[in-house]
Structures are given as structure tokens and as C-alpha cells.
Design a protein around this ligand. Structure first.
Ligand code: PHE
Ligand code: ZN
Length: 883
């Protein structure tokens, strides 16, 4: 089978469906290898479609058993049928029903799309186009129907049977079988359909909505792991309360079920009333989950719940509008986490993710607009751009319109488009109508790919007591978009005096809350009555997803570190100095730059570390190697970057060591473990302190001292954050000898043999070691009994971590890293194309590498491209990456 260049779907070619489906009645007989699905569809011609058009239903690897129209079996000549398509040439032009019987094999379904089995549990995944793997259907989000689902199964195999909506009936059947009937009164697109059947345990809680309706909440997990679902259940309740309070959104069914499964391609899925989760984002206990696991669980539980309004009640007209639900829902979950935790810390973490994933994507061959104009495989567009940049657009909208108008726009959106499949235009029109503001230029954020650059320079006129900022914006070309227009960039700013004092200054054209909206290619802003030359603090809170360049010297940046009133910019200033030191290192023998940074951080720690340890931990973390590579931008040598970063880290560690040692002791907790953000912050600071202490030259701090500290933290840990923190240091830090490293790795492996999610951490850690032996180690670990190519979490932990989290070893100069990952992509492609395509995106930076590595990466990509029979997922990514 030769790989065909897949067909391109274009936004400009959108047409309404020729038929609509109002009702779907499903009867599903679960069986491990021969599940029978009977679907009864109530259809009618769409007034907006082409009269008399043929009815063409989507399928994917389906086997048709029988077909009837208005109850009468259809004859051979009345329809044509293939695994991917069912066509009725001349359907009735009045309402009619179709009864379709298909047979599917959930055990053989390794793509994890449609109905499959995970550890024996039947579950479904239908977004984006998985429903067509269950029955023939108009599998597109603008076809919305009400569903009833009858599920029948062997009681011993699947005592728990769950569907969308409310449970309406259940009972026993002969032969050890039983059934349940679920009714979902809310019209929905097929991608939100779900069912689950299995032997699951659960934790439950009653919730009363703001209008007094009672809802039964439940989280279902593998039997025996119930207690690990408590945190998720609690996060669900808090999310529901928050959405009522902040967005005025109430839940709309009698039950809300969450099910955790161990084989899942993504994080989780917002199916109506029946969210299905990768168990990594549900299960948590003190011993097995890190603080960042807890934070992710909280965020993803919230995210999927918030989709009930932004995604489900109001869905997308077509898949080009994916950011309508995803960007908005990410924004909502970020706001939730900010309210539940620390706003400043949450913002910094969100920006770190954005820069690592979205900025990288936006500067490479896969760059695309937040609303793409075309795709060949929609699965490849669940990207950082659609999600994270999509969320930044909503945040900018709020910044530009202000709190009140933003809220009015959201309310209008909820009331005007409830029960509809909407577009970005519909969404923006609500904000225009609510605020009276013209959003035409703002809409460009959805259309233009690439990260805008904003260059700023400041000019002080002492005689006139005037300060002027000159701004210029430009967006680099991206695939298919050579020329860019200026966008509206909200720049939150303030002026800081040389000693941190307020230097006054009023500017025309500044919105009252200190936001300058840069909308032209270049513009200036003038402040009057400025008493001394100020230091500008720009893009406070990272008010726009742009790259800022500003000609501030290190001394000015270090003043911001100590004195800016904006937490984000304090952190950013330290990051900027560090980035500068790593891209333009001090000359040999001259370490003044690094000394100044170390001194500023030391002063900061002395005064503030104990008060806000989470923030302090972020201040101590150097920018990741990928970010430095982006800053360099061309002819990148990952080994040189790693060396520069390690050198700076050691330098900082040596200056800060005395203070860090004291802090570690002060922060040691005697209180019982709690996953709350405050306690997590203390652990984060202790862990980074340990990491730095273990990086010191033995001449400064004896290595056996570092080893003793690391071993003690590991052995005495009562929680996963501390234990994994110590293991991480043991495996990466130069000051730790092989003996300790091997002992801890072996201990961790035995201690958690029965814990797949913890073993994932063990695999990932070893795959990310920046040493030449790592590739061989990864290959050896693939033969570990706990490794499996069938489990996406395991593949991501070992192969994914190597490809995405280990810049020096994936980018080995001899090309062996590329070759290895390419082979894994090809192997995975035959069983799980989505997973394979995702792994392949590790190559997205290949063009900025130095020529030797670039040629080797290209060869690996061409090796993949040359393979016959590639999936559409992998063919699409490899072709765009090479283009
Ligand atoms: N819609 C899911 C979310 O963002 C993501 C997802 C997409 C899950 C496709 C599975 C398949 O919440
Ligand atoms: Zn989502």
C-alpha cells in the first residue's frame, strides 16, 4: 500500500450537511471481540443543504450487518457500503429513520479511537472522528442530536455500565447478562458520545447546584484504587462551584461521572455527563503523585468540567473552530487554578509551557494559525497553538475590553449560542455587541501564525522631564503565510525608578489600568512629569504572547528583579539576565555578569524566600535549553547550550550554597503531608535547593555531603515529590556518584513495581539524562518487563521523554537519536497512528540545527516519508515537517 497524499479539508469549503439527525437510539451489546451496535437514526433533509442530495454517512473500519429504512430492510441496489462510507443515493425527502447494525472488535482496536478495551474496561473515544468507528453517521460537530443509549453486557465482566445523560433504566437478563439505559436530553454532536462498561470501583459525593438541584458526582477507577480518586472528586466539586460563582454556569444533568482508564491517547475527554480520563490525571496519593501531578489533576478535572458549557452546550460548527472550545476552556481552567492557588506562580508556569511548546511550534515547520485554514488530519491540530495560544487570545480580549465588558460578552455568548454549533465570528460578535468595540483587527490573532516580535526602546529627556517609549512590531513568515499584518498587542506596563521608587509619569493613549494597545507597525508612548530616568517594566503579567526585546542592561534588569511590583516581570527580568549570560557567556576569567545575577538572587532569597517559596523556586530555575535554542535561532548546537547552562548553574549554586543550605533546613516540614499549593511551594524550593547544592564543585561543597543530603531526602521521604526530587538529583547532578544513583534507581523500581504511573516516572527520568549512554539505556529499558508499546503513557514516558526532554541525546551529533526515534515512529504507526504522529513532532526544530545535525535529522525524516502505507496522521506531519 503506497502512502497517498491525504485529501485537504478547507475552511473556505465549509457547507452545511445535506441531512440532519435529530434523534439517535443506540442499542449496544458489549462483547470482547464481536460487539453489536444497532443505531436507529431519525433523519430529515437539512433546509440549508442541497435538496435531493444523496445521504453519505461516514464510517471507519466498519462492518455492516443490516440496514433498514423506516423499518424496511434496504435492497442491495438501494445503497452502497464500504468500511469507510455508507451511501443512499435517493433518500426520502421527508423525515425518515435508518436502522443500522454494525459489528466491531474492541479488543483489536489499538488506535484507541472508537470503542476499545483498556485493562478489560470497555470505553470509547469519539473526538474528533471516532464515532464513525462505532456506527455509520454524519460524524461532524454541526449535526446535533439527542441520544438514548442502551448498553448490554455480561454482568461479571462489566457490572458498571455508564452512558451520557441520566440513567433511566437497568435490569437483569438471561445468561448472566444485564443492561442499562441512559438518556441524554441535551442535543450534542457525535464526538461527545461515550459509554463505559467494566468492573470499576468508585467514590461519590452529592452536589447541590446554585439553583438547588441535586447532582450525584462519581469518579470511577480501577478497583482497589478508590482512595486515590478523592482528590479528583474534590477538584470536581470545587470546579463546579467556581463556574457558578465566576461565570454563572450551572450543571445541567442529574449525574456527573468521571472514569479513569489506563490506555488513553490524550489527557482526558469532556463527553457529556461522562468524562473519560487518562488515569494519570485522576489517580493521586501522597506516596505516588508529585505536587505537579496534583496540580495537573486539578486543572484537567476543571478543564473537562468547564467544557460542559464551553464545548458541549455551545459546540464548534466545524473542526476549524476547535480553539472556540479549547482556547476558551484552557483560559477558564487557568483562571480557576489562579483563584485556587497563587496567581503569579500560575501565570509564570503557564508562560513557561507556552514558550516551551507553543513558541517552538510557532517558529517551526508545523506553525499554523490558532484557527487553521486547512488540514489533512484533524488529530494533528490538537496543538499548543490551538490550546495555549488560543487561551492567550481570550486573555488579551479580557485585558483590552476590561473585566465588565468581557463578562458581558461571555454572558451574551452563553445566552445567544446555547445549543448551537458556533464559530469564532459568532464569539467575537458577542464581544463587539457587548462592548461596542470594533474587533476586526483583533480577529487577526486567529488568522496569523507566528509569534510577533515587539522591539522597544526608551528615551529620557531630563530637561522636559519626559520619557518616551518607541515600539515596533513584526511577525516572521510562517508556512503558507509570507506577509503579515500588524496585530493588536496589549502591553501592560509601568515605570520603575532606579532604586525601585515610583517616578510618576502620565501618558496619553494609555488605558487607565496601565495597558498600551499597540496596533500599528510602530508607535510611541510619551510620559510627562517623570522625575528621573525610569526603568520600563513592559508586558507585565505577560499581557500578550509575543517576544519582547528591550535594550535594558543587566543592572536595570536586576533592579526589576528586586523592585518591580509585578511578580511576572520580576521573574522575567531574572530569566532575561540568565538567558543573556547563556547566549553571550562572560569572557574567560571574567564572571561579573554571573556574579551580579547570583548576588541579586541571594538578596532576593534572604528577604523573600521564606515568605513565598513557590515563587522563589521559580526564580532559581534557569530557562530551559529549548528556550535558549530559540533565542539563538540558527545553527544551534545543543551540546554547547547544555554546557553553557550547566556552567551558569554551577556558578549560581556556588554563590548561593550557604543560603540554600540554611533554607533547606528551615523549610523542612514537621507538619503532616498536604498537597496544597503552600506546602507544595516549600517542597519545590527545597528540591531546587538540593539540586543546586549537588551541582557545586566538590572544592566548594564536599561531594559526600551532597550525597548524604540526597540519600537522606530519598530514604526519609513520606511523599512522591520529595522522593522523586531526590532521585532526580541523584540521576542528573554532577556531584553524585554512580553507586548512590544505582542504589536509588533500583530501590525506586522495586518499591513501585505494582504502580504503572510511578514506573512511568522511573522510565522518563532515565530517558532524560544528558549523557551519551542514555540511548543505549533507553533501548535496554524497552526490554524491561514493565515496558509496553501498547500503553501510550509508557511510550510517552520512555521514548517521548527521550525525544522531547533530552535535547543533547535526541540531537546526538552522530544522528543515532534521530534514527532511533524514527524507527519507533514507524513501529508505532502500525498500531496507534495518533501516538506515532505526536512523537514525530519532536523533529519540529530540525531546521535551526547546525548543518551536521540538520542533515542527519533530514535523513531520518526522509526515511519515514519513504515508508509505504503510512497513516494519514504520520504522513501529514512528516510531509509538513520536511516541506
Ligand atoms: N477535547 C479534549 C480536551 O481538550 C482533548 C481530546 C481530543 C481528547 C481528542 C481525546 C481526543 O479536553
Ligand atoms: Zn479541552
Amino acid at each position: 500500500m503506497r502512502t497517498e497524499t491525504p485529501q485537504t479539508i478547507r475552511l473556505s469549503e465549509y457547507r452545511p450537511s445535506d441531512y440532519l439527525i435529530d434523534r439517535v437510539d443506540l442499542d449496544i451489546h458489549l462483547d470482547p471481540t464481536a460487539t453489536r451496535v444497532r443505531a436507529m437514526l431519525a433523519l430529515r433533509p437539512n433546509p440549508a443543504g442541497t435538496p435531493g442530495a444523496p445521504l453519505v454517512l461516514d464510517g471507519d473500519e466498519l462492518q455492516l450487518e443490516s440496514l433498514a429504512l423506516d423499518g424496511k430492510p434496504l435492497m442491495q441496489g438501494d445503497y452502497t457500503c464500504a468500511p469507510d462510507k455508507l451511501t443512499i443515493a435517493q433518500p426520502p425527502q421527508d423525515p425518515f429513520s435508518l436502522t443500522i447494525e454494525t459489528r466491531i472488535d474492541p479488543t483489536a482496536n489499538t488506535k484507541l479511537m472508537g470503542l476499545y478495551r483498556s485493562n478489560g474496561v470497555y470505553c470509547t473515544q469519539c473526538e474528533a472522528e471516532g464515532f464513525r468507528r462505532i456506527t455509520y453517521f454524519l460524524d461532524r460537530p454541526d449535526v446535533m442530536a439527542v441520544y438514548t443509549t442502551r448498553i448490554e453486557a455480561n454482568r461479571a465482566e462489566a457490572p458498571v455500565l455508564l452512558g451520557n445523560g441520566n440513567p433511566v433504566a437497568s435490569g437483569e437478563l438471561p445468561g448472566g447478562r444485564h443492561f442499562a439505559v441512559w438518556d441524554d436530553p441535551h442535543p450534542k454532536p457525535s464526538y461527545l458520545f461515550a459509554l463505559v462498561g467494566g468492573d470499576l470501583g468508585s467514590v461519590t459525593r452529592a452536589f447541590v447546584t446554585m439553583s438547588g438541584r441535586k447532582v450525584d458526582l462519581a469518579v470511577h477507577v480501577e478497583r482497589g484504587k478508590e482512595s486515590r480518586a478523592d482528590y479528583a472528586l474534590d477538584a470536581l466539586e470545587r470546579s463546579m462551584r467556581w463556574d457558578e460563582k465566576v461565570f454563572g454556569r450551572e450543571y445541567d444533568l442529574d449525574v456527573f461521572n468521571i472514569v479513569a482508564v489506563s490506555d488513553f491517547n490524550m489527557g482526558a475527554m469532556e463527553n457529556k455527563g461522562l468524562n473519560i480520563f487518562n488515569d494519570k490525571y485522576v489517580l493521586a496519593s501522597q506516596e505516588t503523585a508529585t505536587d505537579s501531578d496534583f496540580a495537573h489533576i486539578e486543572a484537567i478535572i476543571a478543564h473537562e468540567y468547564f467544557h460542559n458549557w464551553t464545548g458541549n452546550r455551545i459546540t464548534c460548527r466545524d473542526w476549524f473552530q476547535l480553539c472556540l472550545k479549547e482556547g476558551l476552556t484552557v483560559f477558564r481552567d487557568q483562571e480557576f487554578s489562579s483563584d485556587e492557588r497563587s496567581r503569579g506562580v500560575e501565570r509564570i508556569n503557564a508562560v513557561r509551557t507556552l514558550r516551551a511548546r507553543q513558541f517552538t511550534e510557532d517558529s517551526g515547520p508545523l506553525a499554523h494559525p490558532v484557527r487553521p485554514r486547512e488540514y489533512r488530519e484533524i488529530n494533528n491540530f490538537y496543538t499548543a497553538t490551538v490550546y495555549e495560544k488560543g487561551a492567550e487570545i481570550i486573555r488579551m480580549l479580557k485585558t483590552l475590553l476590561g473585566e465588565a465588558a468581557f463578562k458581558a460578552g461571555m454572558d451574551l455568548y452563553f445566552s445567544r449560542h446555547d445549543n448551537q454549533a458556533a464559530t469564532i465570528e459568532d464569539f467575537l460578535t458577542c464581544f463587539r455587541d457587548a462592548s461596542g468595540r470594533d474587533l476586526t483587527q483583533f480577529a487577526l490573532w486567529y488568522e496569523q501564525a507566528g509569534t510577533p516580535r515587539v522591539a522597544v526602546s526608551g528615551h529620557y529627556d531630563a530637561d522636559a522631564r519626559r520619557y518616551r517609549l518607541d515600539f515596533a512590531q513584526s511577525t516572521p513568515p510562517t508556512p503558507g503565510q509570507a506577509v503579515k499584518q500588524p496585530v493588536v498587542i496589549p502591553i501592560a506596563l509601568g515605570l520603575v525608578g532606579p532604586n525601585g521608587e515610583d517616578v510618576g509619569g502620565e501618558a496619553q493613549g494609555l488605558e487607565t489600568d496601565g495597558v498600551f494597545a499597540l496596533s500599528r507597525a510602530s508607535d510611541s508612548l510619551t510620559f510627562e512629569n517623570v522625575s528621573a530616568p525610569p526603568i520600563p517594566s513592559l508586558l507585565r503579567g505577560f499581557s500578550a504572547p509575543v517576544r519582547l526585546s528591550l535594550d535594558l542592561d543587566d543592572a536595570a534588569l536586576l533592579t526589576l528583579v528586586r523592585h518591580d511590583s509585578d511578580a511576572f516581570n520580576r521573574w522575567q527580568a531574572a530569566q532575561s539576565v540568565a538567558t543573556r549570560l547563556m547566549t553571550r557567556p562572560d569572557r574567560p576569567g571574567d564572571s561579573r555578569g554571573a556574579d551580579a545575577l547570583a548576588k541579586a538572587l541571594d538578596g532576593f532569597l534572604a528577604e523573600e524566600a521564606e515568605g513565598d517559596p513557590a515563587f522563589a523556586a521559580l526564580m532559581l530555575a534557569l530557562p530551559p535549553e529549548t528556550e535558549i535554542a530559540q533565542e539563538i535561532g540558527a545553527d544551534v548546537d545543543p551540546d554547547a547550550i547544555h554546557a553553557a547552562r550547566t556552567a551558569l548553574k554551577i556558578h549560581l549554586a556556588e554563590t548561593l550554597a550557604p543560603r540554600l543550605a540554611t533554607l533547606r533546613a528551615q523549610l523542612a516540614s514537621s507538619r503532616p503531608y498536604s498537597p496544597d499549593a503552600g506546602s507544595a511551594g516549600r517542597r519545590a524550593l527545597r528540591n531546587i535547593a538540593l539540586d543546586l547544592l549537588a551541582s557545586c564543585d566538590p572544592a566548594i561543597r564536599p561531594a559526600d555531603e551532597a550525597e548524604a543530603m540526597t540519600a537522606a531526602q530519598y530514604d526519609e521521604a513520606d511523599n512522591m515529590t520529595d522522593r522523586l526530587g531526590a532521585l532526580n538529583v541523584a540521576i542528573h547532578a554532577p556531584g553524585i556518584g554512580e553507586a548512590l544513583r544505582d542504589r536509588l534507581l533500583a530501590d525506586f523500581r522495586t518499591r513501585f513495581t505494582e504502580e504503572p504511573l510511578v514506573l512511568d516516572k522511573w522510565f522518563a527520568l532515565q530517558a532524560s539524562v544528558a549523557e551519551p549512554g542514555t540511548l543505549a539505556r533507553v533501548q535496554e529499558l524497552m526490554r524491561d518487563t514493565a515496558f509496553s508499546l501498547n500503553n501510550p503513557n509508557r511510550v510517552r514516558a520512555l521514548i517521548g521523554a527521550f525525544a522531547m526532554n533530552n535535547p543533547t541525546q535526541f540531537n546526538r551529533a552522530d544522528g543515532a537519536g534521530y534514527h532511533f526515534v524514527a524507527e519507533q515512529v514507524l513501529t508505532l504507526d502500525t498500531r496507534n497512528p495518533q501516538l506515532a504522529a505526536r512523537l514525530l513532532t519532536a523533529f519540529n526544530t530540525w531546521r535551526v540545527l547546525e548543518p551536521g545535525r540538520r542533515a542527519k535529522a533530514r535523513a531520518a525524516l526522509e526515511h519515514i516519508a519513504a515508508r509505504d502505507g503510512l497513516s494519514r496522521d504520520v504522513a501529514d506531519i512528516v510531509q509538513r515537517t520536511l516541506a
